[in-house]
Structures are given as C-alpha cells and as structure tokens.
Design a protein. Sequence first.
Length: 265
Amino acid sequence: MPGGKTAVKEGAFMVGRVAVVTGGSRGIGFAVAVRFLREGVHVAVLDIRDEGGEHLAAVGHKSGARFLHVMTDVASYRQVREAGDKVREEFGRLDIWVNNAGWDRITPFLSTAPSDWEKVVGINLMGTVHGTRVALEGMLDGKDGGAIVNVASDAGRVGSSGEAVYSAAKGGVIAFTKAIAREVARQNIRVNCVCPGPTDTPLLAENFHGEEGAKIIAAMQRGIPFKRLGDPEEMASAIRFLASDEASYITGQVLSVNGGLNMVG
Ligand code: NAD
C-alpha cells in the first residue's frame, strides 16, 4: 500500500474494550451483544426488558468478557445518563455505543394518536439522541476515541406505509448520525448507521402475527431479491464491522442490510 500507513490492526479486534448495546435483551441487539462478548468485548445492555442475561453472561464467561444489564428506558435522558455512569463505574471506560433500541406498531397514520407519535419518536429518535450524548461524554473523557453505531431502518430512507412517524424518526436518526459524525471526527470518534431491512426478530413477529401476518411476511419475502427475511446475526455483522477498527476510515455513513430490497443511491 502506498505510504504503508493504516490504522487497521489485523486480527486485533476489540478484546478488552467496553460496549453499550441499547435494546440488547432480544432481537438484533441481542445478536450484537453475543457477537461482541464472543470477541472479548465487555458489554452492557441497556433495556426495559431483562431477558437473555444468563446466556449473555455465559458467552462472556467463555471469552473472559464481562456482561452487565442495566434496566433503562432510552426515552428517558435521566435513565440513560444514570446507566452510562453505572457502566463507567463498572468497566472504567467506554469505547463503543450501539443505539439499537427501537419500537413500532404498524398502523395507518390516520388511526394513530399523539401518544403513539410521542412514544415512537421518544424511543427511536430521542433514545438515540440521549445515548449519543452520554456516549460522547464518556468517550471524550477516555481520550481514545470511539465508535457509535445507530440502528435506523430502510423506512427512514425510503418511507414505509403504516410506519409514517417511525419512518420520520428513523430518517431523523440518519441525519443525526451524519451531523454528529462531522462534529466529533477530530476527536477520533466515528458515527455510522445501519439500516436493517425486514429482519426475523420478536418485533417483526409482534407486528405481523396470525394468518394475516404470515401472508404479509410471505408477500414481503417475494419482494426481496434474496427471497427471505434478514437474520439478526446478519445485522450484527454489519454493526460489528462499523464498531471495529476495520472501519477506521468510515464515518457518517449509512449501510442498508436488506437482501437488496431497497438500493438507495
Ligand atoms: P425487538 O423488539 O426484537 O428488540 C428490541 C429491544 O429493544 C427489546 O429488547 C426491547 O425490550 C428493547 N426496547 C424497546 N423499547 C425500549 C426502550 N424504551 N428502552 C430500552 N429498550 C427498549 O426489535 P428488533 O427487531 O431487534 O429491532 C432492533 C432495532 O432494529 C430497532 O431500532 C428497530 O427499529 C430496527 N429495525 C428492525 C427491523 C426488523 O425488521 N426487525 C427492521 C428495520 C429496523
């Protein structure tokens, strides 16, 4: 390579680093937490649900990585701040923050109420704003830089029927990612965004249940070039990449992981 200078250290992923994964008790966040723990990254999951912790602790035990669950509603800035303090108290540093917690109920916009809009924006957009603020303060204190990965959605890039406010919130996450990436690049903090396409998680199952739900999922699969839903582990691969030193020259980017469903230029 001309000049021979690269920040990529082959084989040295992130052993001993500290990661926060919001919404890591199930679904995509859980797959991310498993992936990190297997690779020796200490993980704190911030979630309103306390599930999967035993499994995560056992995975960490094998690689020497520690696991912590902090009961947190990401829609509350106070709770996210307190959780961030707890993580730094327990682990002493903060290197990676994955803003993954998200929620929606697919409903036509005209059938939704202001309380629905507030909930969707509170979790998906404000949860990311809260997490990012706390993450940046921790990373700036550490002076080693860091990586933030936001989990948005293809809905935020192309719009999704029945998910108008969710699409707006995820579009907000994408724009926020780019703006923050510019603000903190000089501090060696990278900020990127992954947009999952339809992924086989409890959230998807809750939105499309019963016979009607199965029909919609089948139609969705027909529309995906790969003819199948995404797997949470496939989302975790992209998130892990953007969180790692292998992405050392990547910031402010949006990566769709969607089996080719949308090909946004
Ligand atoms: P999921 O419901 O299976 O898991 C989400 C996790 O977030 C759960 O553990 C839940 O308890 C937690 N959570 C929800 N609200 C929270 C809150 N207020 N505070 C803290 N934790 C909270 O969902 P998933 O499908 O794994 O989704 C993960 C992310 O991926 C979300 O941001 C979602 O919007 C996004 N996404 C999912 C799909 C999909 O098809 N599954 C598609 C596009 C984007």
